[in-house]
Design a protein around this ligand. Structure first.
Ligand code: FCB
Length: 447
């Protein structure tokens, strides 16, 4: 397999609501995900993140697993409602203290802490005043970013402001499959704008607080038309504008892509009134890196009857599919990484793959092993894809597997297992899978 430069960052990623549990401990406030998961019918099997992987109590064991694997980095997220239970004002010392302990534990294990400030668990109190539809949330995020920065910037290697602004906009505000469950279609545009504004304000706040390296973890997908018809090509361009360019052009070019603005304006011209003079300059605050979360391409067909913007996502033929039904397309990662370089040129900061992974219906066999060869092949192929991108001139500096361990997969509850470590949710027993051993050997060979 490929050999990577020394200093390449090898990590695993998680997110607070997906692993922490302890939702009512340590002074934590309620998040939109608590509310959503406790609403009947929202989550498969009626499951919630109340306990999840109980990482809040077991973080030492989890850091030990990372250390034994040989990771040199760990990407986690900070639960805003642990730090500010009401999303504003009052700071909850016990919440900050938890992340303090986690960061110190990581450093003690020679693992770089990489912290995401927002991985979708907005304090419910802010949602009650409009969530990301409300411009004030961007300012609250700035305040929260400063608080976290002031506490942790001396020890955190990389900060990411938000996770997957597009997915949060799409599933949380446009389609309603995620918290806060709004179904606004493209009328959700203010939730996109305010996340991007919040990002820019947070970059500034983190710098003031002394952060060394700041980025964002956005979701990217190469967009492939499912046919040759003009309508399919047009649909593909529209998806590309909304999925990829809308959430990154403002950060790296200081402007919204014209096609995305046209689409939003075509929905309702008044939607663009949320863009105030100076906003784009705030969003374009210089970044030290760009995080790339990659899972699959968008395979796009035009379908005027489709409720989702006249667009239908098709199934790519001749591919392996994960348990989630996602196609395995490693070359899509190469295309994404080289495409960013091509689109943004000199203004493209160094790239890190901040998530890549697959779900498998894993079981612990009689002999205690979890034979997840599918996942081993997945990561091998995606690491090769990163190598190909580097060969083609992309500056990629790290790869974080999603995920360290099985966890609460949002609307899918506990049904999708993405971990290198298996979690038995009844007993909280952690069992390293074959992919964990494979990764451990791979990292030994890299050393
Ligand atoms: C990404 C999310 C992450 C996880 C993976 C499977 O979109 O950022 O939390 O759910 O998908």
């Amino acid at each position: 397999m490929a050999h990577f430069p020394s200093g390449f960052v090898w990590g695993a990623a998680t997110a607070s609501y997906q692993i922490e549990g302890a939702v009512q401990e340590g002074g934590r406030g309620t998040s939109v995900w608590d509310t959503f998961a406790h609403t009947p019918g929202r989550i498969k099997g009626g499951e919630t993140g109340d306990v999840a992987c109980d990482h809040y109590h077991r973080y030492r064991e989890d850091v030990a697993l990372m250390q034994a694997l040989g990771l040199n980095a760990y990407r986690f997220s900070i639960a805003w409602p642990r730090v500010q239970p009401d999303g504003r004002g009052r700071v909850n010392e016990a919440g900050l203290a938890f992340y303090d302990r986690l960061v110190d534990e990581l450093l003690g294990a020679d693992i770089q802490p990489w912290a995401t400030l927002f991985h979708w668990d907005l304090p419910q109190a802010l949602e009650d005043s409009g969530g990301w539809l409300n411009r004030d949330t961007a300012h609250r995020f700035e305040e929260y970013a400063f608080l976290v920065g002031a506490r942790l910037a001396d020890r955190v290697t990389g900060f990411m402001t938000l996770n997957e602004t597009y997915i949060h906009f799409l599933l949380g505000y446009a389609l309603g499959q995620h918290a806060p469950g709004r179904t606004l279609g493209l009328h959700a545009f203010p939730a996109a704008h305010h996340q991007l504004l919040g990002h820019g304000l947070a970059v500034r706040a983190l710098r003031e607080a002394g952060a060394r390296s700041i980025g964002i973890a956005n979701n990217f997908a190469p967009v492939w038309p499912a046919g040759e018809r003009d309508a399919d090509l047009d649909a593909a361009n529209r998806v590309d504008a909304l999925h990829n360019h809308l959430f990154t052009d403002p950060l790296l070019r200081g402007e919204y892509p014209a096609l995305a603005l046209d689409i939003v304006q075509g929905t309702d011209p008044a939607l663009l009134d949320v863009i105030l003079p100076g906003d784009l300059a705030v969003m374009a605050a210089p970044l030290d890196f760009l995080g790339v979360n990659y899972y699959q391409p968008d395979y796009v067909k035009a379908n005027p009857a489709s409720p989702t913007f006249g667009i239908e996502l098709g199934r790519l033929p001749d591919r392996d599919y994960t348990a989630f039904g996602w196609p395995v397309v490693p070359e899509g990662l190469t295309q994404t990484l080289t495409g960013l370089k091509a689109r943004y040129g000199e203004t493209c900061p160094p790239l890190y793959v901040t998530e890549s992974g697959c779900s498998v219906n894993d079981v612990v066999d009689q002999d205690g092993r979890v034979r997840d060869d599918f996942r081993i092949r997945y990561h091998e192929a995606h690491i090769d894809a990163v190598q190909d991108a580097i060969t083609q001139g992309a500056e990629v500096r790290g790869y974080f597997a999603w995920s360290l361990m099985d966890n609460f997969e949002w609307a899918e509850g506990y049904s999708q297992r993405f971990g290198l470590v298996h979690v038995d949710y009844a007993t909280q027993v952690r069992t390293p899978k074959d992919s964990y051993r494979w990764f451990q050997n791979f990292l030994r060979d890299q050393a």
